[in-house]
Design a protein around this ligand. Structure first.
Ligand code: ASP
Length: 345
């Protein structure tokens, strides 16, 4: 796109609190049309940008979002990719990290910003955080550095920080700092000006056309360990007839019980070809196989080291790789690599 021309940003509204109102009968928050948002935001007209909008019909609470929705979203971006310089996605905070992680894998060769944001208070509420979030997300999506997008990544902007989408987790259901990225630094911080962390942003070395991957396989599960977890429960999950991949949320540095009844379940699932990916329940830090006896046995049984993946990135990476590759060995090999900056090797 000609740099003399006004930059064009597509705002994709999927739903979420930012565009919600209280339903008169029940009093519960439900999403409404994008017009509600734009009517509350005359500031949008002050941007020296071409702003376009695309609204999902109907907009949804993000707890209702499914992999089919991610596919639809990825296809909207694919269709509109050459018409815009950047994308801002308004999305509920509850599952934003899952959608951002999934999109980071599905949008191969991305070289334009795809910035997710939303809010904790609806845009019509006086103290809303939605205005700042949306206005700054637009600014980031339109920013350039030497004719290149400043942030050619899938990011989440919230309160005053821009994070890599596949490194974030929702950690706060009350305060405005809803997200954390414990294992990767912010890509930018917004104060009086926006400070970009160039060293942390991924810039593509050579420009290739966008390739959108839409084969996702949902034959996956997340199994969170707790002291006292029953063997029948572990067995029931690992022997589901359709199961192909399991994110195992372990303790601390990737540890689990050494009880043979538990390890035996893990071993036999691995032998049956179920891919088990070890991530820690801790919000920060990483799996360190063999540091303790309690992780050594897991990995000897065939579990894959998820290193410092978030659970959100782990489960969406599994869905993506199981959709892409028929062979479990190929999936395992890719799990040991970074697909889009989601893991520290
Ligand atoms: N339940 C809402 C959603 O995720 C919460 C939010 O947007 O903050 O859609």
């Amino acid at each position: 796109m000609d740099s003399q021309e006004k930059r064009s940003i597509l705002i994709i509204y999927t739903g979420g609190t930012i565009g919600m109102i209280n339903e008169p009968l029940t009093g519960s928050l439900v999403p409404v049309d994008f017009k509600e948002i734009s009517s509350q935001l005359p500031e949008l007209r002050k941007f020296d940008l071409n702003l376009h909008t695309y609204t999902f019909n109907p907009p949804v609470d993000s707890s209702n979002i499914t992999p089919d929705f991610w596919i639809e979203l990825a296809k909207v971006i694919e269709r509109e990719y050459n018409n815009h310089d950047g994308f801002v996605i308004l999305h509920g905070t509850d599952t934003m990290c899952y959608t951002a992680s999934a999109l980071s894998f599905m949008l191969k060769n991305l070289n334009k910003p795809v910035i997710f944001t939303g809010s904790q208070l609806p845009i019509g509420v006086l103290r809303t955080d939605g205005k700042e979030n949306l206005l700054t997300a637009i600014e980031i999506a339109a920013e350039r550095k030497n004719k290149q997008a400043m942030v050619p990544e899938v990011g989440i902007f919230f309160q005053n920080k821009l994070y890599r989408g596949n490194r974030t987790s929702k950690h706060n259901a009350e305060y405005f700092n809803a997200f954390v990225s414990e294992n990767y630094p912010p890509l930018a911080e917004a104060g009086i000006s926006i400070h970009y962390n160039y060293g942390a942003i991924h810039y593509p070395v050579n420009e290739k056309p966008l390739k959108v991957h839409t084969d996702l396989n949902d034959q996956v599960a997340i199994l969170k360990l707790f002291p006292g977890i029953r063997q029948e429960f572990v067995h029931a999950v690992l022997s589901l007839p359709w199961i192909k991949g399991v994110v195992l949320e372990t303790f601390g540095a990737g540890n689990a019980s050494t009880d043979e009844s538990f390890i035996g379940e893990i071993r036999s699932a691995c032998e049956r070809g179920v891919i088990i990916l070890n991530v820690t329940q801790c919000p920060a830090g990483r799996v360190n196989p063999g540091k303790y006896e309690t992780s050594r046995l897991l990995h000897e049984a065939g579990v894959i080291n998820g290193r410092d993946l978030t659970t959100e990135a782990a489960v969406t990476k599994l869905m993506f790789l199981l959709g892409e590759y028929a062979s479990p060995d190929a999936v395992k090999e890719k799990l040991n690599r970074s697909v889009s900056g989601e893991i520290t090797l």
